[in-house]
Design a binder for this molecule. Structure first.
Ligand code: GLA
Length: 552
């Protein structure tokens, strides 16, 4: 299983580049970064950690409801050159930038200023009767979640490494300390573009700190890809977004030749899905910057709460048992309704039937007698009542860990989107598998029909994201429409939405004319040529997942 493999650590450039897809471009970028590190820090880096961004082909906002999604890693990535900082014999160990685990973080991009920080141990006193014992509870790195700061993602990656490997009693004299690190970051995933620059930053940073602290040295005993995904998910929550795991899994586990079907229930699983030949996915940046973290309380995190509460209310209405403190997900509601057992998860065809059924069952969440264009949401008081929990319990289970803001909570619309979108993912996956297995018919008209089907599913996904999940925006709606007019077989937003990129399925022989037509019709692209144009609209091929290069 892909998730159980160790993180690749390369010591040979030929192996590394062939894994990345041998292009000169990679070599130039990696060399420049290493040379720049040497210039700035006076020595060669010890490692370069790489984590790619991803494009989600279909399955939006359903990973945190524990439904499978279908992304692919892209060639654009984050690279972090890093190395331990030698402590000069003459310098007092207490100096800020030589204190245990201190970090000097630089970014090749001039708009991101140099940052120096050091983790502080956060000690707490246990309440054991009779003896007051001091425990280390965790680490403190002072992440600012109120504004977008580049180093927050570096710090987020660092947290998990500190908590997993350096969590020990402060009174323990043998406890090891993290070592001081210098690092230099460069990235080609545009920030806030829906291509998961944040997960790529967090994964690359987690890997950089693991590598420098010697935690990847013993490959037979080192972290698996699945474990890195979990750690990176936890890490990214520190930036203030309760994201679902798709981005981290795609960035870590992907293969160069295919997309990935990632499922989260009952555990993380990733299987490759070959994409049909003759077509390409094109990303186009709406140039509306969507910052998931800063807008989270009215956007991303609110959706997480709405889908979770929707699941409880639905479970209640359908007679599905739910523990009082449990945060049941929409995926678990289907499972329990169909009598799924712990050790025997539903197979894909049963899940598909379950999802078809849920398209009808979900109507119980729809407020009675409200017209389609009326208010389909419910107030906080109504929502609490529908949950069947006393208010204090409700707040404890659903609101104590997250900040959300809304006058109406859209339980019905969100759940309706999630179930339909989860079904579209299974249909999309099956269509790809059929094409690669040579059915239907394996002839041109068969594969054209399959491409049309994929395009139709993508278009339906866009409509649902716009109307039910309300995570699109006018620019994304416009760009997907222009894409269809320019010949895309299907087009939709990708990632969290509210800005960022669209992804369009385009026949390989039409890419050039497609890109030109979008340039001429999407107003923000007017006049863009050459590199400036390929910065905002580009075809992608699935890329390989995260790795580390070790300089010897
Ligand atoms: C963001 C999150 C993912 C996922 C998408 C929406 O990218 O990080 O976990 O929820 O939004 O599909």
């Amino acid at each position: 299983m892909a998730a159980e493999r160790p993180i690749p650590v390369y010591t040979n450039l030929a192996d590394l580049y062939s894994n990345l897809g041998a292009s000169l471009n990679h070599a130039v970028r990696w060399n420049n970064l290493a040379e720049e590190f040497q210039k700035r820090f006076g020595r060669k880096p010890a490692y370069i950690a790489r984590a790619p961004g991803r494009v989600n082909l279909i399955g939006e906002h359903i990973d945190y409801a524990l439904f499978g999604v279908l992304p692919a890693a892209i060639e654009r990535d984050i690279l972090i050159a890093c190395g331990p900082r030698p402590v000069p014999a003459s310098s007092p160990i207490s100096e800020a930038h030589h204190s245990p685990g201190s970090v000097i973080a630089e970014n090749l991009h001039t708009k991101y200023a140099r940052q120096v920080f050091a983790p502080a141990r956060k000690a707490s006193v246990s309440d054991e009767v009779g003896e007051d014992k001091v425990h280390v509870e965790g680490w403190h790195l002072d992440i600012n979640t109120k504004e977008l700061r580049w180093e927050s993602y570096v710090k987020a990656g660092y947290y998990g490494v500190l908590d997993h490997y350096f969590k020990s009693d402060v009174s323990n004299a043998n406890a090891t300390s993290p070592i001081p690190v210098d690092l230099l970051v460069t990235g080609s995933v545009p920030a806030g573009s829906g291509l998961s620059s944040s997960a790529a930053m967090v994964v690359a940073s987690t890997l950089a700190f693991l590598a420098v602290n010697g935690k990847l040295d013993d490959q037979s005993n080192s972290l698996t890809k699945g474990e890195l995904v979990k750690m990176s998910m936890e890490n990214e929550k520190r930036v203030g977004v309760n994201s679902g795991g798709m981005d981290q899994a795609a960035s870590v586990i992907s293969d160069a030749s295919s997309a990935l079907f990632i499922s989260f229930f009952p555990t993380l699983k990733a299987t490759p899905v070959p994409l049909p030949a003759g077509s390409v996915f094109v990303c186009a940046n709406s140039l509306v910057v969507a910052d998931k973290a800063v807008g989270a309380k009215r956007g991303y995190n609110l959706r997480v709460v709405e889908t979770l509460v929707g699941a409880r209310v639905l479970a209640r209405a359908l007679g599905v048992p739910v523990g009082e403190k449990e945060r049941i997900t929409l995926r678990e509601v289907v499972g329990r309704l169909l009598g799924e057992e712990k050790e025997h998860e539903l197979d894909v065809s049963d899940l598909q039937k379950g999802l078809e059924r849920m398209a009808k069952e979900v109507e119980v969440l729809r407020p009675k007698g409200v017209p389609d264009d009326g208010e389909l949401g419910v107030t906080m008081e109504e929502m609490i009542e529908m949950s069947g929990l006393p208010e204090d319990k409700f707040r404890d289970v659903y609101l104590s860990w997250v900040e959300v803001e809304a006058t109406h909570f859209q339980l019905y619309k969100r759940a309706k989107h999630v179930y339909a979108e989860a079904l579209r993912v299974l249909q999309f996956r099956q269509t790809c598998l059929d094409v690669s297995a040579g059915s239907p018919a394996g002839n041109d008209s068969g594969s054209n029909a399959a491409l049309e089907r994929l395009g139709q599913l993508m278009n339906e996904s866009q409509t649902s994201c716009a109307e039910l999940f309300e995570c699109s925006c006018p620019e994304l709606n416009n760009l997907t429409q222009l894409a269809r007019k320019a010949g895309a077989i299907g087009s939709r937003l990708t990632g969290a939405g509210w800005g960022g990129c669209t992804v369009s399925l385009v026949a390989e022989d039409k890419i050039q004319s497609f890109i030109e037509q979008i340039r001429d019709t999407y107003a923000p692209y007017k006049g863009l040529e050459g590199e400036a144009l390929s910065e905002v609209i580009f075809a992608t091929r699935p890329s390989s997942g995260a790795c580390v290069y070790k300089f010897e």
